[in-house]
Design a binder for this molecule. Structure first.
Ligand SMILES: [Zn+2]
Length: 573
């Protein structure tokens, strides 16, 4: 392919409203253009990436037994009313009416249509299991679309639905998809983790999220490098680490700690580690004050507290609340003598803390040698703390790491939620009607494209994994007007293409410097430069985008050499 035969439209400036790096780089590299808020045109270079991602997904879905079909974008309201979602979905659902005043929506998801299809077409258990999927546009009327393709109002998803006669069948379908997703994201060259989305649930493993590791991710993930454990930090359970033998209890001691309002201030003032301090956090829930103890070096996980209290209303108490409702001095509150005045809960870890330091409930004073049982009581101990880097892996005991992630895929066991609501039944072996057991499995296709850029880029531009790069190699002659160089470039491009390396010859009437900059920005894995000497010495210069390594190799062996490098682990992505 010649560059002048396609549309390459790069920008030097960072567009003003592009808020994150993938959005900026996709616009600058000429892969994406905005049409309206959260709605984009994917330009030819970006479209090649999209097609390659889709091809990988399609291959792996088919290999796992998925059957592809195509559902409409426009869905009738009746089906959504049957499932009960028409009234509860809220303003994110794009609703519209046809000329006969019949209501429709632009599908944000397709559970209703797939369930309806199975209700109409499947009669017997003999026709199951069945896994149907499509790659289709979805719509979500975000209040504030942002982050480019990561949170658009129109996006492309692969959604597969599995239909089985029982839970065992569902487990099997689920495991097939789990394995297929691992292959897909590995083949896309992504560094990802599989997060058990509900790690604390009894019987768990009913939903998993596939997360691409990237600093701009919306979720924080704790994961283990020694095993496959990974969990959303907000949901990760925190087992209490095994304790050394408890220290002998020392006598309670009231000490002056003037002006020490925070854990770090009091720890520094008393010359003790922060983990020896009992931190107390005050909240107001449903108009009732509640206080929670956590170790001084830990953070409280408000989601765990909300779940414990069975409430969605939880606000951290401000200074006025602390003085008014709790009757306590801010920064000097503590559990000693608090009994009866306020509901007091404590994180599991604090139970084993001996001879701790805690506020004395009067300004400028703390207690030393505070011990649970002797000096204070609590209503209950539970897991209230936020997981953090260095915590012990609950599976294997190694220290956990913490990174941000972007969700690109999810597996979910639906069970009979939709089939019961919509009457999708089949006859079992004994001729009895049973509800079909379902699972749904999504991949954000446009999201995967953007997430790949979030993960693989540098200050010069995108660094595409070779499997999804718009072209794997770009060929640039230094002297575009030198017909010898132009012929060599054209010839090499043909050789590479013939040997299966997706290549482009940059024949645009631009200076070499501009082409080099564009090559880095667009992120081709390999850049091949042809210069005046190439015609005589037969050598071309190869630069690897990921490592920056440069080498000179014979033009005639370039195709075989690159093929080998790109298909083995030599190319890092
Ligand atoms: Zn582990």
């Amino acid at each position: 392919m010649r560059a002048t035969e396609t549309l390459i439209s790069t920008l030097r400036e960072v567009p003003a409203d592009a808020d994150i790096v993938s959005h900026q780089l996709l616009l600058r590299s000429g892969m994406l253009r905005k049409v309206a808020a959260g709605i984009y045109t994917i330009l030819p270079l970006g479209h090649r990436v999209l097609l390659k991602i889709e091809a990988i997904i399609r291959e792996e879905m088919n290999r796992a037994g998925g059957i592809e079909l195509l559902m409409p974008i426009i869905q009738p309201a009746e089906l959504w009313q049957q499932s009960g979602r028409w009234d509860v979905y809220g303003p994110e659902l794009f609703r519209l009416k046809d000329r006969h005043e019949r209501s429709f929506c632009l599908g944000p998801t397709h559970e209703e249509l797939f369930t309806e299809l199975v209700r109409q077409e499947i009669r017997s258990y003999r026709q199951l299991p069945l896994m149907l999927y499509q790659i289709q546009n979805k719509y979500r009327d975000e209040r504030r679309p942002r982050f480019g393709l990561l949170r658009g109002r129109e996006f492309i998803m692969k959604d597969l639905y599995s239909f089985d006669i029982d839970e065992n069948g569902l487990d099997l379908s689920y495991r097939k998809m789990y394995a297929a997703y691992n292959r897909i994201f590995t083949r896309c060259g992504l560094d990802f983790r599989v997060v058990d989305a509900d790690p604390g649930a009894i019987g768990g493993n009913d939903t998993h999220e596939f997360m691409v590791m990237a600093d701009t991710g919306e979720a924080e993930i704790v994961f283990c490098s020694a095993c496959d454990y990974a969990a959303d930090v907000e949901k990760a359970p925190c087992p209490v680490e095994s304790q050394t033998a408890p220290a002998a209890l020392q006598p309670l001691q009231r000490v002056r700690t003037p002006g020490t309002h925070t854990v770090s201030e009091v720890a520094e003032y008393l010359g003790i580690p922060a983990e020896q301090v009992l931190k107390i956090l005050m909240y107001v829930t449903d108009d009732e004050p509640v206080a929670v103890l956590v170790r001084g070096d830990r953070s409280l996980n408000e989601i765990k507290l909300k779940n414990y209290l069975h409430t969605n209303v939880l606000e951290i108490a401000d200074e006025e609340d602390i003085a008014g409702r709790f009757g306590l001095p801010q920064g000097f509150a503590g559990p000693v003598g608090l009994g009866g005045r306020v509901r007091l809960l404590a994180d599991n870890e604090t139970k084993n803390l001996s001879n701790a330091v805690a506020g004395a409930n009067e300004p400028d004073f703390h207690y030393r040698n505070v011990n649970y049982g002797r000096d204070y009581q609590v209503e209950d101990f539970a897991d209230f703390r936020l997981a953090q880097e260095g915590d012990i892996c609950p599976k294997c005991g190694q220290p956990l790491q913490l990174k941000r992630g972007i969700e690109i895929g999810q597996l979910f066991k639906l069970g009979t939620k939709y089939s019961k609501a919509m009457g999708a039944n089949v006859l079992d072996e004994s001729g009895r009607e049973i509800a079909v057991v379902m699972g749904c499995y999504g991949i954000g296709v446009t999201r995967t494209l953007a997430a790949a850029v979030e993960q693989w880029h540098d200050q010069d531009g995108i660094i595409w994994p070779s499997s999804i790069a718009p072209y794997e190699a770009v060929i640039i002659p230094v002297g575009q007007h030198d017909s010898l160089q132009a012929d060599l470039a054209e010839d090499l491009c043909r050789q590479l293409t013939d040997s299966g390396i997706d290549s482009i010859y940059d024949d645009r009437p631009e200076r070499p410097g501009v082409k080099f900059k564009d090559a880095d920005l667009i992120g081709y894995p390999v850049r091949i430069v042809i210069n005046r000497d190439s015609a005589t010495d037969g050598l071309v210069e190869i630069k690897w985008r990921a490592s920056g390594a440069v080498e000179r190799i014979p033009k005639d062996t370039a195709a075989a050499y690159l093929r080998h490098k790109l298909t083995t682990d030599d190319y890092p992505l």
